[in-house]
Design a protein around this ligand. Structure first.
Ligand code: FE
Ligand code: ZN
Length: 505
């Protein structure tokens, strides 16, 4: 008896629409308690267009194939001592930042999409969110496995999960995802599915992966490729969510616009870490942050928002401020980490002359005027044996949690500073974007776990710097301080047969 084969579309319809049902013992509102309080109106869930049609059996088959390839590369990399082929040991600090700051967000995305996949009343988006949840768990695992090879040779990697929850600068990416996961399911989808995966993801993954390729790190390139095909599914889901919400009801537009504005700004702030990575941490540079911003936000984002105009959606508020900041953000961030490397789990260093020349060329309007003199001064102090470490704890922005080191739009000589009084307390912000987010939901952001406040309140292991570093599980003298003189530098020089003096440029 011949069984007629079903097409993919038909199979997928059975998987999604076919397996759904209306509850009878319990009210639908009790089963789905979270999909209405945000004010989003869905009139017809069946209008959801499945952004990709992938049945579970096909999904497992594709993913298993990708895993086989990835783990073959990782094995070969380890057996051939691939770490010897990277451009320079300074590069490893990029991986430390990625593993402590980004990989745990993959795990947060896994949890967030699992939650969303449970709490949407429509079965199409529910299945899509569950599949993305599985992808994200895989991303976390493959990243941890790939980078574990470097943990055998370099410092600052072993305690990445512990550090993600405690170390001051990791509170920036952590709080970003905590914020998204503490929102309702629709806001989560706009925050992560649209603003992050669709609008900003190329600014995160392309720089890291091409940075890895340029600097000889083939194992990281491979996990990047392995995540790429998932990424295109996630982007399709992100754009479908926004179109669906805007088509369902006109009342959704102002809510969605507010979320787009908010999550664009939150994402832009977190991406400051990528900006610094591109301009300062890659021994072999790919392109400047400013160039990446022009390509992936100004051009690609510009045409996206032109496309979305027909729904009434506008370019995110403060996009112009973010574009102006593209001139400054990497220099200001590296300056913060440079001063506070004694409390960080990766190394920083003073850019050498060739590097400064590259920055002068890439930032002709601003670098020589505002930033080069400072690096030259710090280099001189370093030569005199007075490498600058800042011993005072900085004030943090209540929303993005970044030290208040950013400058006024249009005036890079003036620190930007905003504040709001709420419920008898004063709150501080790095920008209008961060202040707006607080002012819209003060009861949420008044609860922010701000690392500096927590240290002063005695919640981080004790009152002294060694107490706090111990609480971070930071291996003092190995994980932290300047690259020059570090055990990382020593091991690299011993492999390359260089004497320390010769290597110290
Ligand atoms: Fe991911
Ligand atoms: Zn801020």
């Amino acid at each position: 008896m011949a069984v007629k084969k079903m097409g993919l579309k038909q199979k997928y319809a059975h998987l999604t629409r076919g397996l759904d049902w209306e509850t009878s013992y319990q009210k639908m509102d009790d089963v789905f308690p979270y999909d209405q309080f945000e004010g989003i109106k869905i009139t017809d869930w069946s209008k959801w267009e499945d952004p990709f049609r992938l049945t579970m059996d096909a999904y497992w088959k594709f993913q298993a194939e990708k895993e086989r390839k990835l783990y073959a590369v990782i094995d070969a990399f380890a057996q051939n001592n691939g770490q010897l082929n990277v451009s320079d040991a300074r590069y490893i600090n990029v991986l430390k930042l990625f593993l402590t700051g980004v990989s745990p967000l993959e795990y947060q995305a896994h949890r967030g999409f699992a939650f969303t996949g449970r709490h949407m009343r429509g079965v199409g988006p529910r299945i899509a969110a569950q599949m993305q949840s599985l992808d994200e768990l895989r991303h976390f695992q493959t990243q941890a496995h790939t980078i574990s090879h470097y943990n055998k040779f370099f410092d600052g990697i072993a305690e990445f999960q512990h550090m993600h929850d405690r170390v001051w600068y990791l509170s920036v990416p952590k709080s970003f995802f905590d914020d998204a996961r503490a929102a309702g399911p629709f806001e989560f989808m706009i925050a992560i599915g649209f603003a992050f995966e669709y609008v900003l993801t190329n600014l995160l993954f392309v720089p890291f992966m091409s940075g890895a390729a340029y600097n000889g790190d083939m194992s990281t390139v491979t996990f990047g490729f392995s995540a790429q095909s998932d990424e295109s599914r996630h982007m399709t889901l992100g754009i479908e969510v926004i179109k669906f919400l805007l088509e369902q009801h006109p009342d959704n537009l102002p809510i969605v616009q507010k979320w787009v504005d908010k999550w664009f700004w939150r994402g832009f702030k977190v991406l400051g870490l990528v900006a610094m990575m591109m301009d300062y941490m890659l021994p072999k540079k790919v392109m400047s942050w400013k160039e990446a911003w022009e390509i992936y936000f100004t051009e690609a984002g510009g045409s996206l928002f032109t496309d979305l105009e027909r729904y009434g959606l506008k370019v995110p508020k403060y996009a112009d401020v973010a574009t102006e900041m593209a001139e400054h953000i990497s220099h200001q961030n590296w300056a913060v980490f440079y001063q506070y490397t004694h409390a960080a789990a990766f190394h920083t260093w003073t850019p050498d002359k060739e590097h400064l020349d590259w920055l002068s060329e890439k930032y002709p309007n601003t670098f020589d005027k505002y930033y080069r003199p400072r690096w030259e001064m710090w280099a001189k102090m370093d030569e005199e044996g007075k490498r600058f470490y800042n011993m005072a704890l900085p004030q943090l922005c209540q929303t993005c949690q970044i030290p208040m080191a950013y400058t006024e739009p249009g005036d890079p000589t003036q620190i930007a500073f905003r504040c709001t009084e709420w419920n008898g307390e004063m709150y501080h912000f790095c920008s209008d974007g961060c202040k707006d987010i607080f002012d819209d939901e003060p009861e949420k952001y008044a609860q922010s776990w701000l690392p500096v406040h927590q240290i002063f309140q005695g919640n981080c292991g004790g009152p002294t710097v060694p107490d706090v570093l111990n609480w971070y599980r930071l291996n003092v003298g190995a994980d932290n301080m300047d690259y020059v003189g570090s055990p990382d530098e020593q091991v690299w020089n011993s492999w390359k047969g260089k004497a320390p003096a010769e290597a110290a440029e």
